[in-house]
Design a protein around this ligand. Structure first.
Ligand code: ADP
Length: 500
């Protein structure tokens, strides 16, 4: 892949001048393909609405072919050695590293995230392929002590089959590699359905998989518009060719997939929404807490499932924290992500802007106070929203209860640790939670009592390939990354040797 970016009328407008064909086809069985009906849909840059690409709108019959090819490829891929699979993944990783800048550019164009964040995501996304290329060789079984002398008990891990991967737009690269890296390492083939807002990064990854020599049919990308997403999702859930599904996205769609998987008792990994508390206790280093708050809340414009959603601040440090956060927010620079000065891009689409706007409106109507922002930033474009700080936030407000997925920081004051935990845990979500404290007993106590799958202690950025990512309650099922990320894609086969 050598995507060359050419500067045209202004420095923020980039066009891809080579290998454009990669951008208008899906990738199935090693071939670039259109939808049978030839339907396509447009991919727009959320920063300015400009057209970035046009891709096939694959329908159920097209995706059925992809599943059949992936099923054929699975039988070849599972037979090669773990070492060979590891080497293929390593080659893919090396190509991702080599093409990092191009991948980041594509991502900024279709997702709007600033280049600095796109580069960060590319490094993060690449790291999953590196990690799973290493893990591929360590998917070991066990020999168990038998209770009977004449028997030998062996547990082997085998790949489940074809994995269908449905990914969101907020991390167009990493949400694919975190799943596909584990699936391919385990010996599964996969069919990826990327989000309709950001299919181009996925297609670029497909091209790199081709260049890495990954056999045809092992890694497939099918692009679908929003109108085909539900029927393709249903096919994944109901097709006997699919052994397991891994989904990252909204809780609503996750629940729908869970229901649909029931009839075939299909394996399902879910990474759904969060409602992360960010607690600042009075012993905390406030400057570090503010730094962590900025990173956790405003990265990707607040559009991550681990974004801090509710700031709970102990009463005696409340004013100083709010003041310092307000000051730090002044350094956020909104604009087109290709501008190197920009640190925050647009929201992904109109429905996100409307959602954020209605959450802020609701808070204001119920008595919240705006300390900063509070409005769409239309001077930058239709989808921009001002970094917003709300105080006087109360329990009956939407921002207190719902995942905001935007650059809005609601601050709530609390008196005691017990009260903070009660507020933090009073939600049916349980993905990430953060707290700042310098009291060692409190650190262990609160880490244990927070009802979440991941805890950042004196740290606002916790994601890494080496750690297990995932939630409890309605935030999901299973873990991604770490050695546990393989578990969704293998089953344990027990072998009993008798009459020894
Ligand atoms: P968001 O609202 O943030 O876009 P979604 O959960 O709707 O989050 O989307 C995440 C992914 O799920 C995208 O790839 C999208 O196309 C896909 N998707 C949306 N609806 C369905 C559905 N009913 N079944 C399967 N996938 C779906």
């Amino acid at each position: 892949m050598m995507f060359v970016l050419q500067k045209i009328s202004n420095i923020y407008k980039a066009v891809l001048v080579r290998n454009l064909h990669l951008y208008n086809k899906s990738y199935v069985n090693g071939n670039w393909v259109s939808a049978a009906c030839n339907k396509t849909f447009d991919v727009k840059n959320p920063a300015d609405g400009s057209l970035v690409g046009t891709v096939p709108d694959m329908a159920v019959e097209d995706v059925q072919i992809a599943l059949e090819k992936a099923y054929e490829a699975f039988h070849i891929w599972q037979e090669i050695t773990a070492k060979e699979r590891s080497l293929f993944l390593r080659k893919w990783y090396d190509l991702m590293v080599k093409n990092s800048e191009e991948l980041a550019n594509i991502m900024t164009l279709e997702s709007g995230k600033p280049m600095i964040e796109a580069r960060g995501e590319v490094a993060y996304g690449n790291s999953f392929i590196e990690w799973f290329s290493e893990e591929a060789r360590r998917i070991d079984g066990e020999i168990i002590q038998s209770p009977v002398k004449t028997k030998q008990i062996i547990l082997n891990k085998q790949p489940i089959g074809v994995a269908a991967l449905i990914t969101p737009w907020n991390f167009p690269h990493a949400m694919i590699t975190r799943k596909a890296g584990a699936a391919l390492a385990a010996g599964c083939s996969c069919v990826v359905k990327p989000a309709e807002d950001t299919p181009l990064t996925a297609l670029a990854l497909a091209e790199l998989s081709r260049e890495a020599g990954i056999p045809k049919g092992v890694f497939n990308v099918v692009t679908t518009s929003r109108s085909n997403a539900a029927s393709v999702g249903k096919l994944f859930c109901e097709s006997p060719l699919v052994a397991g599904i891994s989904f990252t996205g909204s809780t609503q769609v996750g629940k729908c997939l869970y229901q649909q998987c029931a009839s075939g008792v299909k394996r399902l990994g879910l990474e759904l929404g969060g409602n992360a508390p960010f607690i600042v206790f009075c012993s905390a280093d406030i400057d570090k807490a503010v730094q962590g708050a900025i990173a956790s809340k405003f990265r990707n414009c607040g559009q991550t499932c681990v974004s801090a959603n509710r700031f709970l601040i102990q009463e005696n440090v409340y004013d100083i924290f709010v003041e310092k956060l307000k000051m730090a927010m002044k350094h956020i620079v909104l604009g087109n992500g290709l501008d190197p000065q920009v640190t925050a891009g647009p929201l992904i689409n109109v429905s996100q802007v409307n959602k954020v706007q209605s959450i802020v409106q609701d808070a204001l109507e119920k008595g919240a106070q705006v300390e900063a922002g509070g409005n769409p930033a239309i001077q930058h474009g239709e989808l921009f929203y001002e970094p917003t700080l709300l105080t006087n936030v109360k329990e009956n407000m939407l921002c207190y209860n719902e995942e905001i997925f935007g650059p809005v920081a609601p601050c709530i004051s609390f008196k005691t640790e017990e009260e903070a935990l009660k507020i933090a845990n009073n939600t049916n979500r349980g993905l990430a939670g953060y707290f700042y404290s310098n009291d060692i007993s409190q650190i262990f106590r609160v880490s244990r009592k927070l009802e979440v799958g991941m805890v950042g202690v004196n740290e606002g950025i916790i994601s890494t390939a080496e750690a297990a990512f995932g939630g409890i309650k309605e935030s999901g099922i299973g873990r991604e990354g770490s050695r546990h990320g393989i578990d969704d894609f293998v089953y344990i086969k027990y072998m009993c040797l008798g009459n020894l």
